[in-house]
Write a protein that binds this ligand. Structure first.
Ligand SMILES: [Zn+2]
Length: 643
């Protein structure tokens, strides 16, 4: 039985040849001590890097030129084990320059026939300009390297960068031609490469014993759920944005028992040796982890000549001491979702990030499910923006609705893939085709706090939708005068709202279990963050969920609140910190402070509330099926235990 991963650190260590003082200051025993002092329990540590160098006396691979017989990984495993710290061996399965320089025949050949692509415009080309093909002798080489790491008594294997790229190498070409495939069709060639990747991952799974951790990085997490022992969500929000993690964790949570937020200490991105985003920024991201049911990992890059930066690990000691103090309550708790969001693709897109952003601001808790997930536990299912419905999914949604589930659908979701109409009779609206106008507006029909009445631009083109009698209309569709473009004299640039068309922009069926919005609201929200879109969504969700889990009218829109549940208690998490955007980057230098006296109401009757970990009691009051908790002053984050 594998232990849950807690308070982890991930070390990158990709070393160009020619570091003349390589390893001079490294001491495995001091390193293990430093990690122990920082309350670290689990480490991903390098066995073989992106360049292709091994950091132990390898028989099959290529030791770093200055390694001089040292066994860095082996020493680290031994010294960390003495202190009860687990160590998983890292290798880059998807990049290996040293092997390919010696075995060019192991290289992937891209669609242009190249084995090396130095185009500086491509992202990450600093590493990925040359990649191995798993349909060559490289596969056996990689497995031999993995077996060497296992012989060093590591607790698991971390395979990085197993990215999907098409390959026209002689082996792949020969097999694809034998199958009659079209080598000029990138989709067919990519599908074949995916088959080779699946085969490689299966062979890795067969090589790594079941009692060891195994993680395959750089694939959407649904694709590795049958092989990986846990999910590590790699996300550096200063580079990737702050909207990615919440949606990624929502997707991983239903699939894995252990989900780890693999954050980073860097100001920008990996390999940023001189960058440190600071303690408050790491804490903010780790609070996101805890309040979303994930554990924490800090990514770092060890200097080739020595030891981790002392000041950073002094900060981490304080951060991890706090997280450890919460663990008597957080261990074994489960995140409490109230909404499921459907994804038909394993890789999340802007619509999913838009759902995460809006539901976060409204403090609704959600999971993201693939079509084979179990919707029945969730009272509401969202079909975001472009989920067309047919076959098994159609039947599954039909049963879900008949069993009392409710669906909120936006954009072209709910339609049949051929666009001939809605897939299920519960959508008792008439589909009148795609809106011929690229710009449309809508006007809400309801009153809601802070809602300004004006024709609001959708910011994404949608469909034309007509309500039936007895349907409830929440917003009316408004068109404009022109489509953008040059008409021979003028370029249509100014396109004001023209007037109502009789079509609707948001409507609920007469059965009151399906709501349709006529435009891809979530994708549009990620583009413009239009407040009216959020207010519309708030109003629609209130129709479907009469009693949401947490009422947060008293909190600022930047705060987040979630619930996790233990055996006989519930944890309320409230986070006050959010990034300040400077230029295009969101870096957190200090925590925001929420003044004392704000309230949060949690559904259900609780007899006590106390602040953790010290147990300070908080004032509570019963309030129509909810327990209202008066919050203390909160600097950054607070965890409250409800019984
Ligand atoms: Zn190939």
């Amino acid at each position: 039985m594998l232990k849950p991963i807690k308070r982890a650190v991930h070390f990158d260590f990709h070393t160009m040849p020619g570091v003349d003082d390589f390893g001079e200051n490294f001491d495995a025993s001091l390193f293990a001590r430093q990690m122990k002092d920082a309350h670290v329990e689990y480490i991903n540590f390098f066995g073989r890097c992106n360049i292709g160098w091994s950091y132990y006396p390898t028989k099959v691979g290529y030791p770093y030129p200055g390694l001089n017989g040292k066994n860095i990984l082996g020493d680290v495993v031994r010294e960390c084990h003495k202190l009860g710290i687990q160590v998983t061996g890292y290798l880059n399965a998807g990049v290996h320059h040293e092997a390919l320089l010696r075995h060019p025949e192991w290289s992937k050949v891209n669609m242009k026939g190249e084995t090396v692509d130095l185009d500086p415009q491509k992202p990450f080309n600093g590493n990925f300009f040359r990649m191995p093909c798993y349909n060559t002798g490289y596969a056996d080489h990689l497995l031999a390297e993995i077996r060497e790491l296992l012989d060093l008594d590591v607790d698991g294997i971390f395979c990085d960068c197993m990215l999907l790229r098409p390959c026209l190498c002689p082996n792949c070409t020969k097999e694809m031609l034998a199958r009659g495939m079209d080598l000029s069709d990138e989709k067919q060639v990519t599908d074949f490469a995916e088959e080779q990747r699946r085969k490689m991952i299966r062979r890795i799974r067969e090589t790594v014993p079941e009692d060891k951790y195994l993680f395959i990085n750089s694939l959407p997490c649904p694709l590795t759920k049958d092989v990986a022992t846990h999910a590590e969500l790699e996300c550096l929000p200063t580079a990737d944005g702050y909207d990615r993690f919440v949606s990624q964790v929502a997707l991983a949570r239903p699939l894995y028992d252990t989900v780890v937020y693999m954050n980073g200490r860097f100001q920008c991105c990996w390999a940023d040796f001189g960058g440190y985003k600071g303690k408050a920024a790491i804490e903010n991201d780790f609070y996101d982890a805890i309040m979303n049911g994930a554990s924490t990992c800090l990514g770092d890059h060890l200097h080739p000549n020595g030891m981790p930066e002392a000041d950073i690990y002094r900060d981490l000691k304080e951060i991890y001491a706090k997280i450890e103090a919460y663990e008597p309550w957080t261990d074994g708790t489960r995140f409490q979702p109230e909404i499921a969001v459907l994804s038909t693709v394993p890789k999340l897109n802007q619509s999913h990030y838009g759902v995460g952003r809006i539901l976060g601001e409204l403090n609704y808790a959600f999971d993201i499910l693939m079509p084979d997930g179990d919707f029945s536990k969730y009272p509401v299912l969202i079909l975001p923006d472009e989920i067309t419905v047919s076959g098994e999914l159609r039947e599954k949604l039909n049963i879900y609705l008949k069993q009392g589930g409710k669906i909120l659908s936006t954009g072209t979701s709910g339609l049949m893939p051929d666009g001939s109409g809605f897939a299920l009779p519960q959508w008792d609206f008439a589909y009148k085709g795609k809106d011929p106008m690229q710009i449309a507006y809508y006007k809400p029909t309801f009153e809601e706090k802070d809602l300004i009445h004006l024709p609001w631009e959708c910011y994404e083109p949608g469909i034309l939708l007509d309500a039936s009698e007895e349907d409830t209309v929440f917003a009316r569709h408004i068109t404009t005068y022109f489509n953008p473009g040059y008409d021979g004299t003028h370029f249509n640039f100014y396109m004001p709202p023209k007037g109502e068309t009789g079509h609707v922009a948001a409507v609920m069926n007469r059965g009151k279990n399906v709501i349709q919005v006529s435009f891809p609201l979530f994708k549009a929200y990620m583009k413009t963050f239009t407040k009216a879109h959020r207010i519309l969504m708030k109003h629609l969700l209130a129709e479907l969920i009469p009693q949401k889990q947490i009422l947060t009218e008293d909190l600022p829109i930047t705060a987040r609140a979630t619930l996790t549940k233990g055996e006989d208690y519930t944890l309320l998490h409230v986070k006050a910190t959010y990034p300040e955007i400077r230029g295009t980057m969101g870096v957190i230098e200090e925590h925001n402070v929420l003044p004392a006296g704000r309230t949060v109401a949690v559904k259900g009757e609780f007899s006590s509330a106390c602040l953790l970990p010290d147990g300070t009691p908080l004032v509570i009051a019963d309030c129509a099926g909810y327990t209202k908790i008066t919050l203390p002053e909160i600097t950054g984050y607070a965890m409250i235990c409800l019984k």
